[in-house]
Design a protein around this ligand. Sequence first.
Ligand code: GLP
Length: 282
Amino acid sequence: MEIVVCKDKNEASRKAADMIAALVKKNPKCVLGLATGSTPVAMYDELAKDVKAKKISFKNVKSWNLDEYYGLPPTHDQSYRYFMNENLFKKIDIKLSNTHVLNGLAKDPDKECKAYEAQIKKAGGIDLQVLGIGSDGHIAFNEPGTSLSSRTSIVYLTPSTIKDNARLFFKGKENEVPTRALSMGVGTICEAKKIVLLAFGKNKADAVKGMVEGGMSQFCTASALQMHKDAWVFCDEEAASKLKLKDYYAWRSSTVLAGACECACCCKKAAAAKGAKAKTKK
Ligand code: GLP
């Protein structure tokens, strides 16, 4: 896991947007996994700026979102479908028909979740998954006590998540936050080829500490990312403040991002492979 510690949310959002933009440039038909919450909004704004400046296009990109409140119609202003339309899809050139969010009104949630997984599989799997993190360490809506190999299913929110989400959304009215949701599982999320997780503010410091330096546990479902081969965490100083090796992670990730790493294990091998390729071409 690479931890990119940035001076603030704006710098982190731009850096994360750069990683997504690079993928979209390289593979204009890529498949993205997208997240809701207050955290990714600034990054989505950066991507919208890139589209406006014609640096990238989402015309052929497909997306699948992490989760949706169970019981809310897509037109509800607190539904995640509505959130995505307003905060990203309307601002970029993606085709709405290429965007997917679980149906919060599905009569048969199990069928809906199975079909969602099948769609992702048919599309070739998720190339890059965007994630936020709950203050209790959850990813998507995989609350403490969820199996780290869970699949997309109907899930139950903890009182602390209901409180957090009411505070940021739902005008503070906890009784209006649905108690259930449809959510990609931890196992489903970990199948994405690349992960970009964002975390900002001191309210996320314990969750980030648990995810990065805690033992892998279903008590902090984000800790499953410790097993992922290409997971990136973009955070601000506050969210990183409880990390024991914060300065080391910051230095390492900036070195890797700058492509300046000269270690024998990965970079030199890659350089040697490049050289060999060039020779065969001659
Ligand atoms: C919800 C979402 C998560 C998100 C979390 C944090 O629980 N299901 O995907 O990461 O909220 O939200 P925020 O970014 O607003 O702190």
